[in-house]
Design a binder for this molecule. Structure first.
Ligand code: ATP
Ligand code: MG
Length: 398
């Protein structure tokens, strides 16, 4: 029944010249999202509105699901369009539309007509009144309320006539690509994919880096991170995932430094390496899934120690979230199921029984000097053996 979608987007902050950039980026992201979708679509901008028009058969559920993942969309309105065959015919069409879309409905409504084509023989007010009456006659349980109606039946008179009354919420945010690019430190856990999602929602393109430690971490753990990146890519488009072999650095720290500081020292080297890749690839910030107090390496003092080694801003969108709130978000965005699969984390293998929770920066710096002999070379090798995987989105279902 539906042939098209009207796409609504929030207009705050997209006035003037930026508006076109915003709209063009949004259309680009929508095209990418629908690229592998069943059916062909024409996406166009007319009079300050964006329409997605199906060219023939298409899968309604899939199309809606995919559009629900395009940041910048505030809502998706499925549209029926009909030829202009006179007002009588329009009345019967709207009545049958209403019966199908809102069956057994006993709510308040109003008709909201818009003449985009001024040669239509009736004024908007007349159209509203005529169509309203037709609906009331056909569905006596309905009532008109022009102030706060539950249902608004929109009728737009163009070359064809567009009818819509449903509004499916979109994800909000800004189209990916309007806000630059950042490097996500992506581990196999629950938090980091959610952190990437949140920053991408503000229009930021996401690259990612994963540190693995073979043979202490398996191919399977790496595959899990790739799978998570696929889920993130549903929202962001293809993710450039850098896989860095961290084993030798980790073993060297283990050999040279106190074990209760191992995690903090490892985190400092992860940040340094991530920043180097970020700078080389044009990223303007780092993103982590850290949240204050979640684990020993995320106390305020520990964050001072990890933050110190970075010059780029480090975005930590989950910083004030409880674990339960993060879990709920990860369920909502579809990463949770993958995140909870069992895996070995390169941090947990070497983890000390009693890691420091209040690392002293001077002590950390001093112990880091134990690494002076070989660390530069190890970091260089890790960067040189960077394995780049371009991760495309997986399907649209669970
Ligand atoms: P997550 O659920 O994201 O794995 P976590 O609770 O396990 O987080 P930590 O292990 O302390 O927390 O890691 C904090 C952050 O550091 C992660 O959210 C992630 O951004 C980054 N990080 C940790 N381990 C890795 C790794 N092996 N590769 C890339 N980034 C990592
Ligand atoms: Mg982790």
């Amino acid at each position: 029944m539906f042939k098209a979608f009207l796409i609504k987007y929030a207009e705050i902050g997209v006035k003037g010249k930026n508006r076109y950039l915003f709209e063009d980026a949004l259309i680009h992201q929508m095209k990418m999202a629908l690229k592998n979708c069943e059916g062909a679509f024409l996406i166009h901008k007319t009079q300050g509105r964006i329409y997605v028009e199906a060219q023939g058969e298409f899968d309604y559920e899939e199309t809606v699901e995919r559009l629900k993942r395009v940041f910048g969309i505030s809502s998706i309105c499925p549209v029926v369009y009909v030829e202009d065959e006179g007002f009588e015919k329009l009345c019967s069409t709207v009545v049958s539309y209403f019966g199908q879309v809102h069956p057994d409905c006993a709510e308040t409504f109003k008709v909201n007509a818009r003449r985009a084509r001024k040669d239509y023989p009736k004024e908007s007010m007349e159209i509203n009144a005529g169509l309203g009456e037709a609906i009331l006659n056909a569905y006596p349980k309905m009532r008109v309320d022009v102030r706060e109606p539950k249902i608004v039946v929109n009728v737009e008179i163009r070359e064809k006539i567009y009818i819509y009354s449903l509004e499916i919420p979109g994800p909000g945010g800004m189209p990916v690509g309007t806000g630059g690019k950042a490097m996500l430190l992506l581990s196999g856990g629950i938090d980091s994919p959610v952190a990437g999602y949140m920053i991408a929602k503000r229009g930021v393109k996401i690259d990612a880096v994963y540190f693995h430690a073979p043979p202490y971490t398996s191919e399977w753990a790496k595959q899990k991170v790739v799978d998570l990146a696929r889920k993130v890519a549903r929202y962001t488009g293809p993710v450039y995932l850098h896989v860095i072999n961290f084993t030798d650095i980790q073993l060297y720290i283990y050999e040279k430094c106190p074990h209760e500081e191992l995690t903090i020292l490892m985190r400092r080297y992860m940040m340094r390496i991530a920043e180097q890749i970020a700078v080389q690839t044009g990223c303007l910030g780092l993103i982590t899934g850290e949240s204050i107090g979640q684990v020993a390496s995320q106390t305020m003092s520990s964050l001072v120690a990890t933050n110190e080694v970075c010059n780029l801003p480090v975005y930590r969108p989950l910083i004030g979230f409880d674990k339960q709130e993060i879990v709920e978000l990860s369920q909502k965005i579809g990463t949770f199921e993958t995140s909870i699969l069992p895996y070995e984390d390169c941090c947990t293998i070497f983890v000390a029984k009693h890691p420091v929770t209040k690392p002293n920066l001077n002590v950390i710096r001093r112990h880091e000097h134990n690494l002076d002999e070989k660390i530069e070379e190890l970091v260089r090798t890790a960067l040189e053996t960077d394995e780049l995987i371009i991760v495309e989105a997986d399907g649209y279902g669970k």
